[in-house]
Design a protein around this ligand. Structure first.
Ligand code: SF4
Length: 903
């Protein structure tokens, strides 16, 4: 067995992973103890990485106009059609939409081809949805898109403020680092500022449950409070910044009394005052912010208001101090480095950077091949699809992302793509919502096959290593792009044969004419890595940029000397005038919609849904709402409901939650048409953009909620081989597909008219090739259970009735696994089949501990039996003893259950 070091492909923490490889397979993964991001820890998603592998469901052959072709024909078609589009309509008719899932080397050659050689500026990335507002705020304040902090700063701080970040779920390993730091240093305080009481509140000394979108007002108020109470760092401001007076004047345009700020933010004034005092009186403060700040129509200003407070207090450029934007995606930062945003040119140079166009022309030698590089920025993500809709962009190449799910106004995106003359999709999964819109489909490699580098949220470059060969004819993205470039006549500029050669050019460019005191000076510089040979590239250890001759081991923290990347070397405080959400509430849409991730899922679930244990935490699309609002709207816990927004509808199961504020609902961002009938978050929202960053407002929608009238609910579990064509979706008003091990569970609901149980037997014979072998029905109660067997082996299992009556599905899952191995049911199990379990055990309930598959019901039983601590539950059930992500949920259950017992 070999152990190969690589990097997790999920979130922006960028954990090091050691993959165990035996017999040409990855048989297990563990955290890389030597990786400075995680020191051996992994969260539940990282721990399950090896279970998401396998060639099943992979895209393995190129397709042109629906016909499988070989690579030569596919690449010819891409090159010919792109060239034809450019010749007929000009370079601006070509666009590309990339992804933070791509490696830096993929990104580099894509940016080089589209901007440098095809001459179009319209190349953007789904990172626009994640952190573009932080990028814009960094540039405005620091003169460069530079994250000042490193993860160690969380351990060095006296105060850590989490704002717009559910770190416990979305960056779990970083959360565990913070939690450990707090255990080691009881003086370290944590403040959580979030409209929802998230799991991150587990370690909070103070929680501010502010009104959605009021963050800018809160931090503006803090700036004014610091000034009014003599807490500004006048020396730092004098030496290293400009703009204080204008920023303060803007803040003071509103009433800056604590009471007025508290009223506008809808928080308790005493708590707010405490936060202001803590922030103002500590020097070592880290404010960690994420999508809750960025995904807003005023995200740049919100991030700017946070940065203002750090600059005003001199809380930056020190150990344990600084504003710290954490990215959602594994390589959002790498994309920014190469210029993968439409407003960037390349290597941290913008179009208006003095001399940048000329520098790039010379570096890429483009002048011999095309008349000019694009003169100015291109369309940002949402605008790019609007340009497709208008017919201005006629050829679009989409790589490793799913805009028909993740963009706001996603139904409009679908319509735009449907009429786009040329849609090219590079993808590794065979079945996504996007593929039906593709004229040319290119099978791409995936994690464990891809070979290159990624950069995490603390500017740390790590190697993601190619371990397994791509399946079938899948190829690496960098290879596909360079092959197309060669066919377009740019062979010399794209003669790369290995990602290490691309990395070397990228590193050289970062240092090209990058000298202090010259117009070419820029912070992003990894020229110290430009000379790596193949072996050194393969062995590259994680390192934080800048990496230069002066700093060959990288740079942990930026701006330690107080010198910024602005022309005068000073950081800029900016005037911020807070704005509320662009999507106004109304009588028709009275609820404020928040969206986000859940603990065990990633993006559109193409990878995480392949690990059945990750589906058990939140198996169906859901709507979280307070019990009071639910009662007022006539919906109960676990009932189905419909949300209606400006972009369309969303169907999900109601979860009553005291973590929500009144008048607000939360839905997950992950579900798409592969997993449910109408649960695309992007389909609910209208597109409202931050005017500076172009980032859409995904956190503050406006919706209405109504119960979904259902005459029946059913659960159908089918063996994998029968799960191909979901014909049963057509008759259901609501459906959700939940992958199990060796089978699929379908939750179905529909109709105002109740089917008689016997009708279900006729129906099941129509949609499945295996006839019912066993059934029992209760006509009066409208219940039915039935099962189909073939040669004594279980093929399907059906329960008509509310899902609350489901037995524990683990027993059934094991029977389907036996059937897959060719084992027939023995007589005892056959007798128990309709019960769905050995002993009448009830459904385990929502999964709490995914690592050890411990459900909520077992945990509640143990608490009622006297296990009233996380340690006691861990000793009895093993829950919470591996990655630790479920510990906040365990604590919440203990607290709730203890309160119930006490009352
Ligand atoms: Fe992967 Fe992020 Fe989990 Fe680390 S914290 S293992 S990078 S998903």
């Amino acid at each position: 067995m070999q152990r190969i070091r690589t990097t997790c492909p999920y979130c922006g923490v960028g954990c090091g992973v050691r993959a165990e490889v035996a017999d040409g397979r990855i048989t297990g993964v563990e955290g890389d103890a030597a990786h400075p991001a995680n020191f051996g820890r992994l969260c539940v998603k990282g721990t399950a990485l090896h279970e998401t592998l396998g060639n099943h469901g992979r895209l393995t052959r190129p397709r042109v106009d629906g016909v499988e072709v070989d690579w030569a024909r596919a690449l010819d078609a891409v090159a010919e059609r792109l060239a034809a589009t450019r010749d007929a309509h000009g370079p601006d008719a070509i666009g590309a939409y990339l992804s933070g899932q791509l490696l830096t080397e993929d990104y580099y050659v894509a940016n080089k081809l589209f901007k440098g050689f095809l001459g179009t500026p319209h190349l953007d990335t789904n990172s626009r949805l994640c952190m573009a507002s932080a990028v814009a705020a960094h540039k405005r304040a620091f003169g460069a898109d530079a994250v000042p902090c490193c993860y160690e700063d969380l351990e060095e701080a006296e105060l850590v403020v989490l704002v717009g970040s559910n770190l416990a779920w979305n960056h779990p390993v970083l959360y565990q680092r913070l939690k450990t730091a707090k255990q080691r240093n009881p003086l370290l305080r944590v403040v959580v500022i979030d409209p929802r009481v998230t799991d991150s509140c587990e370690i909070a000394d103070l929680y501010l449950g502010l009104a959605p979108g009021s963050d800018g007002r809160l931090f503006n108020g803090l700036l004014a409070w610091m000034a009014d109470t003599g807490r500004l760092d006048r020396v730092y401001l004098e030496r290293h910044t400009t703009g204080l007076e204008a920023a303060l004047a803007a803040a003071r345009e509103d009433d800056v009394s604590v009471e007025a700020i508290a009223a506008d933010c809808d928080v308790d004034p005493e708590r707010l005052q405490t936060f202001f005092y803590w922030f103002a009186t500590q020097l070592h403060v880290v404010t960690l912010f994420s999508q809750g700040i960025n995904q807003s129509s005023s995200g740049t200003d919100k991030a700017g208001a946070i940065i203002n407070c750090h600059l005003a207090g001199g809380k930056l450029g020190l150990p344990g101090a600084g504003p710290f934007s954490i990215t959602g995606q594994p390589n959002a930062m790498g994309g920014r480095e190469v210029g993968g945003l439409a407003n960037q040119l390349a290597a941290h140079m913008d179009y208006d950077t003095p001399g940048a166009l000329d520098r790039m022309r010379r570096f890429w030698s483009t002048e011999r091949l095309v008349p000019s590089l694009p003169a100015g920025p291109g369309h940002k993500a949402v605008e790019l699809f609007e340009a497709v809709e208008r017919g201005e962009v006629q050829a679009l190449w989409i790589m490793a992302t799913n805009p028909v799910v993740s963009l706001p106004d996603a139904n409009r995106v679908r319509a735009a793509l449907a009429k786009c003359p040329l849609v090219i999709v590079s993808e590794c999964v065979a079945d996504t919502d996007l593929l039906p819109y593709a004229d040319i489909v290119l099978p791409a490699s995936s994690w464990s096959e891809k070979d290159g580098t990624v950069t995490n949220s603390e500017r740390r470059l790590s190697r993601q290593r190619g371990i397994l060969p791509p399946p079938g004819e899948a190829r690496h993205d960098w290879w596909i792009i360079t092959q197309v470039a060669r066919r377009l006549g740019y062979g010399e500029a794209f003669a790369f044969e290995h990602p290490g050669e691309i990395f070397a050019e990228h590193a050289r460019l970062s240092g090209f004419e990058n000298r202090p005191g010259t117009p070419g000076e820029r912070l992003f510089d990894i020229s110290g890595l430009a000379g790596l040979d193949r072996e050194e590239y393969d062995a590259l250890e994680p390192v934080q940029w800048p990496v230069t001759a002066e700093a060959p081991r990288g740079t942990a923290r930026l701006f330690e000397d107080g010198r910024y990347a602005t022309p005068d070397g000073r950081a800029r405080l900016v005037p911020v005038r807070p704005r509320g959400p662009a999507q106004a509430l109304s009588a028709a849409r009275p609820l404020r919609l928040n969206t986000g991730r859940v603990r065990d899922q990633w993006h559109t679930m193409t990878r995480t849904a392949r690990a059945p244990q990750l589906m058990n935490h939140r198996p169906e699309p859901f709507i979280e709402i307070t019990p009071e609002d639910a009662a007022a709207l006539g919906v109960g816990d676990q009932q189905l409901a419909r949300l209606s927004g400006a972009g369309g509808d969303y169907l999900g199961r109601v979860r009553l939650s005291k973590a929500q504020r009144r008048g607000e609902v939360f839905v997950p961002m992950h579900w798409n048409d592969r997993f449910s009938g109408a649960a695309r978050m992007g389909g609910l929202l209208a597109a409202h953009l931050d005017p500076l960053s172009g980032q859409p407002e995904l956190k503050q929608g406006a919706v209405s909620l109504a119960p979904l009238a259902c005459g029946w609910e059913a659960t159908l579990v089918v063996a994998d081989e029968l799960a191909g064509d979901p014909g049963w979706c057509e008759m259901a008003a609501y459906w959700a597909r939940i992958p199990l091990a060796g089978a699929e569970r379908w939750q179905l609901a529909g109709g105002g008219v109740e089917k008689a149980p016997r009708d279900w037997l006729a129906w099941v014979q129509k949609v499945l090739p295996v006839a019912p072998a066993l059934w029992c029905d209760d006509s009066v109660g409208g219940r039915l259970r039935a099962a189909g067997l073939e040669d004594g082996k279980l093929r399907w299992w059906l329960m008509v009735g509310p899902p609350a009556e489901l037995p524990g599905l683990a027993w059934l899952e094991a029977r389907f696994a036996e059937a897959a191995r060719g084992e027939p049911l023995d007589a005892t199990r056959r007798r128990r089949l309709l019960a769905g379990c050995d002993d009448g055990a009830a459904e385990a309930g929502p999964m709490v501990c995914s690592c050890h598959q411990v459900g909520q019901r077992g945990i509640l039983d143990a608490i009622r039996g006297g296990d009233r601590s996380v340690e006691a539950l861990g000793a009895r059930l093993a829950c919470g003893t591996q990655c630790g992500s479920c510990v906040p949920e365990l604590k919440a259950l203990i607290e709730e259950e203890t309160a119930v017992c006490a009352s």
